[in-house]
Design a protein around this ligand. Structure first.
Ligand code: GDP
Ligand code: MN
Length: 380
């Protein structure tokens, strides 16, 4: 789960990482109220989960209430790379002497954590990596040993951070590592980490991705979940415990097993269709699961045909067939359904469905045939 900048900064604060004082605002009036409280000059910052807000006009300096009004008015509602700004973060403006880059992320290949530190911050790290790779000091960290202050001091030295910034940066990086590990982040990134003219170091931006696998030990993450701008279809699927990912096409897909679901997307594409979703109902798909799956797909207004692709293994096809009928008795499905049923008890399964087949519910002998039929129904 990605956090907004303001949430990332609040998260950083818990681990003692210095950030600028500020608060959120959802309206122009609130923005002015926050700015009055925080003290001028302030920075008005768009809260969207995408980088490059500065370049897109989503980060503006304001010296008084009139400027806050102007910028807040312009930034609220602004579309930044497809993300519409609904919330602002207003913080006390900082004077900047130097902009650095710092991050921790997982290095799966090396079974270690990876720290990246650069004296050339403020710009995208991908650009630095491309044009000036030696300007990034990489640090591989053994997760069982962690990051101690001595190592951190050597690291800031190696990255050639300015002398005035080094000790504070070294201490901040140890805290950032603590945030990244104890705080269960997949990514903790500060860009820019700044040195002010009066010699203090603090985080001016925050990019935090939380590791959802650890959510069981973080009840406090609930507040972050509440602000997630989730696809309404994915939200509904999650509530029903389904393994669903929303896509842009017109063919709703239900398959048992992630591998088969992915193959189904490929086959649909191959015959000129486009999938509306990925949905793996897993093993042992009973009527409840099938009904839930059909309901979620039914709620998607773009879906014009549904392709149910089942290869029975442990999941028996006759059970799936019963599930489909039960689900249809419960839910009125708007789009026609094409089934491909194969594997364990396929013959029995097809026999169960046979009396119920019509132009809204049909079966095809192979995956390819079923994909073709679904595509032609979707385009009809
Ligand atoms: P991003 O563009 O989405 O990464 O947003 P940032 O929070 O990193 O802000 C973009 C840029 O705005 C920073 O790299 C800074 O150069 C500038 N900026 C942000 N906050 C301040 C501030 O308090 N004072 C000054 N002078 N510049 C700032
Ligand atoms: Mn940034």
């Amino acid at each position: 789960m990605d956090l907004f900048e303001y949430q990332g900064k609040q998260y950083f604060s818990r681990f003692g990482i210095a950030v600028s004082p500020g608060d959120v605002a959802d309206t122009v009036d609130e923005a002015v109220a926050v700015a009055d409280r925080v003290g001028y000059p302030v920075v008005v910052k768009a809260q969207v989960k995408v980088g490059g807000r500065g370049k897109a006009g989503g980060v503006k300096l304001a010296i008084d209430a009139d400027e806050v009004r102007l910028h807040a008015g312009n930034i609220l509602g602004l579309d930044i790379k497809g993300h519409v700004v609904r919330r602002l973060w207003i913080e006390r403006s900082s004077d900047i002497a130097k902009e650095y880059y710092a991050s921790f992320t997982l290095d799966r290949a090396n079974k270690s954590h990876l720290g990246m530190l650069s004296a050339q911050g403020g710009v995208e790290i991908e650009v630095v990596a491309e044009e000036n790779p030696e300007a990034i000091a990489f640090l591989s960290i053994d997760p069982t040993r962690g990051l101690d202050i001595e190592t951190s001091r050597r690291w800031v030295h190696e990255a050639e951070l300015d002398e005035a910034a080094r000790e504070q940066a070294a201490q901040l990086l140890v805290k950032l590592y603590d945030c990244y590990t104890t705080g269960d982040c997949d990514l903790a990134e500060i860009n820019p980490l700044i040195l002010t003219p009066d010699g203090t170091v603090h985080a001016l931006d925050a990019k935090v991705t939380l590791d959802e696998n650890a959510s069981f030990r973080h009840p406090e993450w609930e507040e972050y979940r509440a602000t997630e701008t989730e696809d309404p279809r994915e939200k509904m699927a999650k509530e029903k415990g389904l393994n669903y990912i929303g896509l842009d096409g017109t063919i709703g897909i239900i398959a048992n097993g992630a591998g088969l679901a992915m193959s189904t997307l490929d086959v649909v594409n191959q015959v000129g269709g486009s999938a509306a979703n990925f949905l793996d109902i897993g093993g042992g798909a009973n009527a409840d699961v099938m009904a839930a799956a059909l309901e979620v797909i039914n709620a998607d207004p773009k879906v014009t045909a549904i392709f149910v692709n089942i290869f029975g293994g442990i999941t028996r096809v006759d059970e799936v067939a019963k599930g489909v009928l039960e689900a249809l008795a419960r839910v009125t499905i708007k789009a026609p359904i094409v089934l491909r049923l194969d594997g364990t008890n396929a013959v029995e399964g097809r026999a169960i469905l046979a009396p119920h087949l019509n132009d809204r519910l049909s079966t095809e002998p192979t995956m390819l045939d079923a994909a073709r039929r679904a595509v032609s129904l979707a385009n009809a």
